[in-house]
Design a protein around this ligand. Structure first.
Ligand SMILES: Cc1cc2nc3c(=O)[nH]c(=O)nc-3n(C[C@H](O)[C@H](O)[C@H](O)COP(=O)(O)O)c2cc1C
Length: 206
């Protein structure tokens, strides 16, 4: 038995709440930007993913017109820092609706460091920074998707093992429904099966 939901008939933001509680876990882009007058801005965005491989493009979505969107449009640049477990409370606090002109780096006390290729600073305490140039935007009703071509990636060598960023060292936070957040749980490994090696046996259900 399933319960059916029709977004067209649901009041207010109740379908949004349902959607964000079932599209889980979501990685959190800690997006830094700089305003046209030079104020640095930092805000978490969990509507975030890889949009394209070649060229390497990532995307985040602004629900409404927020400072991160405005700055990315005005200056054409943003940086995505990975939101690490060790900075849980800081990540959350940068989601506070500070007025335009207030830097969340300053207000929350998040250490910054200069980026290599773009103006917005990186989060010094994050192991991963993806420096991006805005590739375009797409609007859908109240939301705007911002696409950014990654022009530089800076990764802490302490998380790299044999040229691979190790999940147990990255310790990314994720966003769940309600006010719930996730940390990395059990990690399982399984090799992808090529059709040439397919032996016709269906995997058993756990
Ligand atoms: C973990 C987390 C994830 C969030 N994800 C999004 C998101 O994907 N899109 C969005 O518009 N707001 C999101 N928010 C809310 C924004 O971070 C918040 O509105 C913030 O004040 C925007 O800052 P800005 O105006 O400096 O861009 C999220 C908040 C948190 C705490």
């Amino acid at each position: 038995m399933r319960i059916d939901f029709d977004p067209e008939t649901m009041a207010g933001n109740s379908f949004y709440k349902l959607l964000t509680s079932v599209v889980v876990p979501r990685p959190i882009a800690w997006v830094s930007t700089v305003s046209a007058d030079g104020t640095a801005n930092l805000a978490p965005h969990s509507f975030f993913t890889v949009a394209s491989v070649a060229p390497p493009i990532v995307q985040f979505t602004s629900v409404g017109r927020k400072d991160s969107l405005r700055n990315a449009e005005d200056t054409g640049e943003f940086v995505v820092s990975l939101a690490p477990e060790g900075l849980f409370e800081q990540v959350n606090a940068t989601g506070t609706d500070f007025p335009h002109g207030v830097s969340e780096f300053e207000a929350v006390g998040v250490a910054q460091e200069p980026s290599a290729r773009v103006k917005p600073p990186r989060v010094a305490g994050s192991p991963v920074a993806l420096e991006c140039v805005v590739h375009g935007t797409a609007g859908f009703g109240n939301s705007t998707v911002v696409f950014g071509r990654v022009v530089h990636a800076a990764i802490d060598d302490a998380v790299m093992v044999d040229g691979h960023a190790e999940i147990s060292r990255l310790r990314p936070l994720s966003r769940l429904g309600k006010d719930e957040w996730g940390t990395v749980g059990e990690v399982r490994e399984i090799a992808r099966i090529r059709y040439a090696d397919w032996e016709g046996e269906r995997p058993a259900e756990a």
